[in-house]
Design a protein around this ligand. Structure first.
Ligand SMILES: [Ca+2]
Length: 409
C-alpha cells in the first residue's frame, strides 16, 4: 500500500488516483498537470508538497485531473461568456460575471469597443459608452483575430443594432453604415437589425483578420449596438455552407432582410447575398409564407418593388416589364404556389418581387414551395428606388421544411 500513492489536492482541482507501474505515464503527465494547476491559480495556488522519490516510485500514481473545460457559460447578466478561473479571465481582459462549472469557475464576459483587437471567442462589440446610446460622428472599428488557427468562419449576432437608416429616396446607407472587411464581400447595412445575423468567411490560415466598422454620419441619432462575435472552426457541424451570409437551422424559422421593420424600416439598396437553410434529416422541400404584419392595416411584410403605399401585386421572373423583377428580387429556385397552379403561367419561377408574396402574378399572398436543394435564397437590390419604388420594407418570411412524403421529392 505504501507504494501506491494516493494524492488528493484540496483546491479547485480534484485529483483521483490509482496505482501504476513506474515509468509509464506519470512522468509524461506531470507537465500537463502543472499546466492545469497553473490555470487554476486564480482560485488558490494548490500545494503540491512532494513528488515521489525514485525509491518510492516503483508504483506511481496515475491521476486523472477532473477539471472543467473553457466552455460556454451564461453570465449573471444574461450575456454569454467562457468559463474559466478568475485570474485567467482578468489576464485575458474579460470581466467575471457569475459562476459556472458548479461554482469552480467564473463566467468570463468579453466586451470591447472602438479601436480594440480581440482574439476571444464570444466577444461582444458594443458602442462607445454602452449601454448608453452614442450620438456622435466618426468611425468605430474593431479587429478580430482568430482565436485558433482552425477557425474559418465568424458569426455575428446583432443582439442590439440600431443606427441611422438609409436615405429615403433610393434607400442607400449613406449616413450610418455597418461595414465588414477582410472576409468575403458583405453588403454594407444600416438601420434596425436587432435579432439578425451574418456569417463571415475568415479564410484558411492563421491570419486573415476581419474588421467590423460602425460609421456614424452627421445625422443626430441615438445609436446603440451589441454584436456578439462567435468564432467557428472549420470542422464543426454548425459551420455555415459556403456562400451563405445568413444560415438558418431547424425545421421552421423566420428570416428577414436587413433593416426590415414593419413600422419604419426601408428595404436597403445595394444588397446581394445568399440565405441558406440547412436541410434537416428526412425533409425534402421548403415552404415560405410572408410574416404576419401586426402593425399596418395591409401587410407590408413582403414589399420589394412598386409603391407600397398602395396595394401592389406580386411580380415574377427576370424579364423586363412592369410585372418582372429586373432590379430588385428575392430568388427562390423553382418556386411554386402551394395549392394553386395557374395554367397560363410557368409551373415555377425563380425571382419574386412586387408588393405581394406569391410565385404567380397575384394580389393575394400565397405559400410558396420549392424542392430545389440545397435550400437557399438570394436577395438582390440595385441602387435605385424612386420614383417607381417607394416605401418598400423588404421581406419577412416564415419557413417550414416539408417532409419527404406528401408528393414532395
Ligand atoms: Ca431598387
Amino acid at each position: 500500500m505504501s507504494r501506491i500513492m494516493h494524492w488528493i489536492l484540496f483546491c479547485n482541482v480534484f485529483v483521483i488516483c490509482c496505482g501504476l507501474e513506474e515509468g509509464s505515464s506519470v512522468k509524461k503527465n506531470v507537465p500537463a498537470v502543472n499546466r492545469t494547476l497553473r490555470r487554476f491559480q486564480g482560485f488558490r495556488r494548490p500545494e503540491v508538497r512532494f513528488w515521489p522519490t525514485h525509491k518510492e516510485s516503483r508504483f506511481l500514481s496515475l491521476f486523472t485531473v477532473v477539471t472543467f473545460p473553457n466552455g460556454a457559460c451564461a453570465g449573471a447578466s444574461g450575456d454569454n461568456g467562457t468559463c474559466m478561473a478568475a485570474r485567467e479571465c482578468s489576464s485575458r481582459g474579460g470581466s467575471a460575471n457569475g459562476y459556472c462549472a458548479n461554482g469552480f469557475g467564473l463566467c468570463c464576459i468579453f466586451m470591447t469597443s472602438c479601436g480594440s483587437t480581440t482574439t476571444e471567442n464570444g466577444t461582444y462589440f458594443v458602442n462607445s459608452g454602452y449601454p448608453t446610446p452614442y450620438d456622435g460622428t466618426g468611425s468605430c472599428e474593431i479587429t478580430i483575430n482568430k482565436s485558433h488557427p482552425a477557425v474559418c468562419q465568424i458569426r455575428l449576432d446583432f443582439d442590439r443594432f440600431s443606427i441611422a437608416g438609409p436615405e429615403k429616396i433610393n434607400n442607400v446607407c449613406n449616413r450610418d453604415q455597418f461595414i465588414v472587411s477582410g472576409g468575403n464581400p458583405v453588403p454594407a447595412i444600416c438601420g434596425l437589425n436587432q435579432g439578425n445575423h451574418m456569417y463571415i468567411d475568415a479564410g484558411i490560415g492563421t491570419t486573415n483578420p476581419v474588421k467590423l466598422t460602425f460609421v456614424s454620419g452627421g445625422t443626430p441619432f441615438e445609436r446603440i449596438w451589441k454584436v456578439k462575435i462567435t468564432q467557428i472552426p472549420c470542422d464543426t457541424i454548425y459551420k455555415a455552407d459556403e456562400g451563405c451570409l445568413q444560415y438558418y437551422t431547424g425545421v421552421s424559422g423566420q428570416l428577414k432582410s436587413f433593416n426590415y421593420d414593419p413600422t419604419s424600416g426601408l428595404q436597403l439598396s445595394n444588397q446581394d447575398y445568399g440565405i441558406c437553410i440547412r436541410m434537416e434529416r428526412n425533409f425534402c422541400g421548403i415552404q415560405y409564407t410572408a410574416c404576419t404584419d401586426t402593425v399596418n392595416n395591409r401587410s407590408r411584410s413582403f414589399t420589394l418593388s412598386g409603391n407600397s403605399n398602395s396595394p401592389v401585386n406580386s411580380m415574377t421572373g427576370s424579364g423586363v416589364g412592369p410585372n418582372n423583377c429586373a432590379n430588385d428580387w428575392l430568388l427562390i429556385p423553382c418556386a411554386a404556389n402551394v395549392g394553386r397552379v395557374q395554367p397560363a403561367q410557368a409551373l415555377c419561377t425563380d425571382r419574386i418581387c412586387g408588393g405581394t408574396f406569391s410565385a404567380d402574378l397575384s394580389m393575394q399572398s400565397a405559400s410558396v414551395l420549392t424542392t430545389v436543394k440545397p435550400f437557399r435564397l438570394w436577395f438582390h437590390t440595385d441602387n435605385v428606388e424612386a420614383p417607381v419604388d417607394v416605401d418598400n420594407r423588404g421581406f419577412c418570411l416564415n419557413y417550414v421544411q416539408q417532409p419527404c412524403t406528401n408528393n414532395v421529392i
